[in-house]
Write a protein that binds this ligand. Sequence first.
Ligand code: HEC
Length: 115
Amino acid sequence: MMQKTFFTLAALLFAIIAFNSCKNNKYEAFNSICDTTNTKFSAVINPILTNKCLACHNNTTMNGGINLEGYDNVKANYDAVLNSTRAGRMPKDGPLDSCTISKIQTWVNRGANNN
Ligand code: HEC
């Protein structure tokens, strides 16, 4: 009788621990997922470049000869954009996080469209 109760409690404890560790894993996975469902130029990519690059790479200030203002200029430079951000050289004032770089990479992989 004692033994049965002990095993029941032990099983219950195990189930609770297992359940909670699953919950925690799911939570961590949720936090580290990079959502690249939407990589439209107008909604996602252009705003990233506008915020992070345009101060130094626009129609009048073209550091390193790179202009990232507007679709045509971005399309012409997407290799350089990927290389410089992946290497962490750009932006000058601190690297992009890996999810942001993944979004740019995914947009290029999908054809670098003006969408
Ligand atoms: C604070 C100013 C500044 C910002 C912001 C900035 N850049 Fe630059 N960038 C420069 C300067 C200055 C150069 C000239 C080369 C050098 O000094 O490294 C340059 C050069 C480049 C080059 C050519 C040389 C190389 O390293 O490949 C590329 C491509 C480039 N930038 C891309 C970007 C992208 C993409 C962003 C945004 C994610 C960005 N830059 C943000 C200042 C900036």
